[in-house]
Design a protein around this ligand. Structure first.
Ligand code: SAM
Ligand code: SF4
Length: 490
């Protein structure tokens, strides 16, 4: 679904249309109440909804896919661009209309908009009953009870420690094959355009043992791929000394090994060779050769890196506070190619029309794209977000029509590059993991290759979760097509 949301961005060059949210599935375990959750925005949010569902389940709620059946409706929101927030507001108006005929229904806003707007939604706009930020989900049952008793339910406390490490997420909308695991929360990077450090708080890494346990449990339940999630996975760092609870068990001065992202990746890869491992997102300033060598060492770590560049011009990158230059970025791409080869997939995020960006600087983004040859990208035009460094320091001075023009040039360039890259796969033999049916035909299944490209194959004799060796015969800008050579060799 994240893919779908981002695809919509790519196609329209705009954000969040009315369709791009994900709802809870029906799960009836005989509880007395029902909760309906709509999740917007990034994959982190979808993972958070699985934590919310788990907390609510412990407190007497089953999930429903029909909000009219729900006692509690939560919107897990996104603030990344203005339009994402507008979509949620429209949806809230819709729920409020429904609430008129069902006043006992509790409506809650969770996630980034809750954190950004806090009690404004409760006090001034009076459109919701509960407002809960991303670090306060353990408090949800209390807040819902308070709201049911006619009191205000608000908690937007941002924690330096909360990682929900002990909560087993309820897998929502799951295909039973692929799952996401949050390995850290928050972000310390302060990119000037970005609202995330303000809405999701300081960066903190989750206990690696709880991550490995979650991945192992998924594997034992039949899952065959996990994606480790964080805003900046390469800065993952955990040691008992830095973790308050673990520190209690340590003697004064005792130092334990620090687990970095390469170590964590290795720990997860070692669970079983049949468990594929992916991760997202990598920050160009932090991705190390150690991570690249760990990827090379394990066949089950997929050879794909999401490495958002945002702009191809060093002056713009400096204004964005990305802390790397065009040259640094290209050097990281060189290292990827040197260590992992040409077949490693690389994707990016790009922002068109950031404050003061000149035409020549925009051209630098296009030339960088040509140099890297991204397999695909998520592309946006700049949307000023209140409270960010850019909103405080710079004028949002590129007219909307120019932003859109530049974005459409970036999108056309990416389409050319995607096709060029996909054509290189034709004739190759690749391993894919079957994870669903093709959108277009029930006679076909889809899987993804190591580089994260979708491959469509005839469904005969295959089932979800099969590892399949395919020969690629054709492609479009977004998809590869092939036929099956071999199934589940191990
Ligand atoms: N942590 C990731 C990183 O550093 O690349 C990305 C996080 S953000 C949720 C996803 C993408 O949204 C960013 O990479 C950026 O391209 C885009 N984005 C963030 N703020 C934006 C803004 N104010 N306007 C337009 N796009 C924005
Ligand atoms: Fe936002 Fe930058 Fe953090 Fe990504 S790394 S979440 S773009 S501040």
């Amino acid at each position: 679904m994240d893919q779908l949301i981002k695809d919509i961005d790519i196609i329209t060059g705009e954000e969040a249309q009315a369709v791009d949210y994900k709802t809870t599935q029906e799960e009836n375990t005989g509880k007395s109440k029902k909760i309906y959750i709509e999740s917007y925005g990034c994959q982190m949010n979808f993972s958070d909804s699985e934590i919310v569902a788990s907390i609510m389940k412990e407190n007497g709620y089953d999930t429903t896919s029909d909000f009219e059946q729900a006692d509690v409706v939560f919107l897990n929101t996104c603030s990344i661009r203005e339009k994402a927030e507008q979509t949620v507001r429209n949806r809230l108006n819709h729920f409020n209309a429904v609430k008129k005929s069902k006043p006992e229904m509790t409506i809650g806003v969770l996630g980034c908009m809750a954190e950004r707007l806090k009690d404004k939604l409760l006090e001034e706009e009076k459109i919701v009953d509960v407002v809960v930020g991303p670090d306060a989900y353990r408090d949800l049952p209390n807040l819902v009870n308070a709201a049911e008793d006619g009191r205000k339910g608000v908690n937007t406390f941002l924690s330096r420690e909360e990682t929900y490490a002990d909560i087993a997420p309820v897998r929502l909308n799951s295909n039973g094959i692929t799952a996401f695991i949050s390995i850290m929360r928050g972000c310390d990077n302060m990119c000037s355009f970005c609202v995330v450090p303000f809405t999701r708080g300081r960066e903190r890494s989750r206990d690696p043992h709880s991550i490995v346990a979650e991945a192992r449990d998924l594997f034992e339940r039949g899952y065959r791929e996990v994606t480790l999630l964080g805003q900046n996975v390469d800065s993952y760092k955990w040691s008992p000394e830095e973790n308050n609870k673990a520190r209690l068990n340590k003697k004064e001065g005792e130092v334990t090994q620090v687990i970095n992202f390469a170590n964590l990746l290795e720990m997860v890869a070692q669970i079983d060779p049949l468990l594929r491992v992916r991760f997202s997102t990598s920050h160009p300033k932090d991705i190390t050769d150690e991570v690249l060598y760990t990827m090379k060492k394990y066949d089950n770590i997929c050879k794909y890196i999401h490495l958002p560049v945002q702009s191809g011009n060093s002056r713009v990158l400096e204004m964005m506070n990305r802390t790397y230059t065009r040259e640094w970025y290209l050097d990281r791409v060189r290292a990827i190619r040197e260590i992992l080869g040409e077949e490693c997939g690389i994707s990016s995020d790009m922002i068109a029309g950031f404050c003061t960006e000149t035409e020549a600087e925009h051209q630098d983004t296009l030339t960088l794209m040509d140099l890297v040859k991204y397999d695909f990208s998520y592309m946006f035009f700049y949307s000023e977000r209140p409270g960010t460094l850019a909103a405080k320091k710079y004028e949002d001075d590129i007219p909307l029509d120019i932003k859109k023009q530049r974005l459409s040039e970036i999108i056309s360039k990416q389409n050319e590059l995607s096709l060029e890259r996909n054509k290189l796969d034709i004739g190759k033999e690749q391993w894919i993991l079957i994870e669903g049916t093709s959108k277009k035909s029930s006679e076909e299944l889809k899987g993804r290759n190591s580089a994260n490209k979708v491959v469509i194959v005839p469904s005969a004799g295959l089932k979800l979760g099969d590892y399949v060796k395919v020969k690629i015969t054709d492609c479009t800008t977004a998809t590869l097509f092939g036929y099956v050579l071999e199934v589940n060799p191990l």
